[in-house]
Design a protein around this ligand. Structure first.
Ligand SMILES: Cc1ncc(COP(=O)(O)O)c(C=O)c1O
Length: 451
């Protein structure tokens, strides 16, 4: 491949002069030599210096079928030749009707309406407005509060941040946020509620919150099975079912945020399936278009939708690009690929390979915890294996590992508490997955040895 280094340097300079990067430390970025990703193919990313990387974070959890899938490219081009954008305000387009039908068929039983949006954060905000409005229409407008789990991440617009519980975000933005309540996350490695014999005591802490504040609560929000952004905190089987049972008994709505877990990441199409739970409201996005375009959806049960019927009632919510036809067309083609490539079964068999590969990390000094649910996994490193004390944060252990991975040809990300998160594209082959985990193991051992 011809590499134009001068052009790459020019782009880096332009970027550092004008682009403001999300969740990126400002000064460190301005001093760094940023990657310029120019092209993707399958599970690989190519930078403008001619280097090739495995896309080990699925480009923030969205890449399912691989980059540059001809079927998705063709669907996009065919839709662009018809219409690129039209609104869903008071009218429809063919793709919206077709995609809504297919999503309802795939979603847990009872989910039967789909409202399209463009990001996970807006899907969660819409779910919150939907739940609040539901209670207003039921004559209980005092239900304007939400409960979520400690460590939760539900997006980063201010409503979604209010129900997020990650300390760093909560502490910084507190003055802007609405009050919410929290119950304990299922972080077994650092759990102080149960000893070795898990009784799901973390889920039971929801009971106390609802006994205290239940009449003001509109809904409980939960990331089913895996808390993604806070470091792949994996709940035991039955956790979601327990949360759902408590929420139901107290008569509050259950919102499942499947942004991180949907579309086969944990094994089944949606993580709710594993515990047999049907939420009242389900938020999906990320892999909905196979990672091609921003599209998300807030889906609801007939009971929730029916509260909005009669007397000119409506949901006072929606965005300009809600249900954009290009994104919808790619989402339909992506669902076709799920069938054609048998993505769910392939992902499940790769999950077994991932378990084997994760086992090889047990010999790593300073290993704290290994967590996995299907094709989502994490390794957490600690200063002291006995006391589980974390490394001082300024040592930057996880960042050093992800930087070394990059030098070795793997793009992968870290989470708080020196945790490396593993989110491989579901289209990986077994050999590619083993190669990726081999790079991660080498980088981890090297960095740990250098401490
Ligand atoms: C569980 C969860 N909810 C919501 C979001 C927000 O999605 P978006 O970044 O598309 O706004 C994320 C993003 O990572 C997520 O993991």
């Amino acid at each position: 491949m011809d590499v134009d280094l001068t052009e790459t340097e020019r782009l880096r300079t332009l970027d550092q002069q004008h682009v403001w990067h999300p969740y990126t430390p400002t000064d460190a970025y301005l001093k760094a030599k940023p990657l310029v990703i120019e092209r993707g193919e399958g599970v690989y990313l190519y930078d403008s210096d001619g280097n090739k990387y495995l896309d080990g974070g699925s480009s923030l959890g969205v890449n399912i079928h691989g980059h540059q899938r001809p079927e998705l490219n063709e669907a996009l081009a065919a839709q662009a030749a018809r219409i690129a954008h039209t609104t869903l305000y008071g009218m429809t387009h063919p793709g919206a009707a077709q995609l809504a039908e297919r999503l309802v068929k795939l979603a847990p039983e009872g989910i039967d309406r789909v409202l399209f949006l463009e990001s996970g954060s807006s899907a969660v905000e819409t779910a919150m407005k939907m739940a609040f409005s539901y209670w207003v229409f039921k004559g209980e407008p005092q239900r304007n509060k939400f409960v979520s789990m400690t460590g939760a991440f539900h997006g980063d617009t201010t409503g979604a941040l209010s129900v997020g519980q990650m300390t760093i975000l909560k502490n910084f933005y507190q003055p802007l946020l609405r009050p919410t309540s929290a119950f304990a996350q299922p972080y077994c490695y650092r759990c102080t509620l149960c000893t070795d014999n898990c009784t799901l005591a973390c889920a039971d802490t929801l009971e106390e919150v609802l006994e205290r504040e239940g009449s003001e609560i509109a809904a409980v929000l939960v990331e089913p099975r895996v808390q993604n952004v806070s470091g792949m905190v994996v709940a035991r089987d039955g956790h979601l079912a327990r949360v759902a049972e408590i929420a139901r008994r107290h008569g509050v709505l259950l919102i499942a945020d499947e942004l991180g877990t949907g579309f086969g990441r944990t094994g089944p199409m949606f993580a709710c399936e594993a515990d047999g739970v049907s939420p009242d409201i389900l938020c999906v996005g990320k892999g909905l278009t196979g990672g091609y375009l921003p599209l998300a959806a807030t889906m609801a049960s007939a009971d929730v939708f029916d509260a909005f019927r009669g007397d000119g009632k409506m949901l006072l919510s929606g965005h300009t690009f809600s249900g954009n036809p290009l994104a919808v067309a790619v989402a339909l083609a992506s669902l076709d690929l799920f069938e054609k490539d048998d993505v769910i079964r392939h992902g499940q068999s790769l999950g077994v390979v991932l378990t084997e590969e994760l086992d090889r990390f047990r010999e790593v000094p300073h290993l704290g915890d290994i967590r996995q649910c299907g094709m989502l996994a994490a390794i957490e490193l600690v200063q002291d294996q006995q006391t589980r004390e974390p490394f001082p944060w300024d040592l930057g252990v996880a960042v050093r590992i992800t930087d070394r991975c990059r030098e070795l040809g793997l793009i992968i990300h870290s989470a708080p508490s020196d945790t490396i998160v593993i989110v491989p594209p579901l289209a990986m082959t077994e050999a590619q997955l083993r190669e990726m985990m081999g790079i991660l193991l080498q980088a981890t051992k090297e960095v740990v040895a250098s401490l």
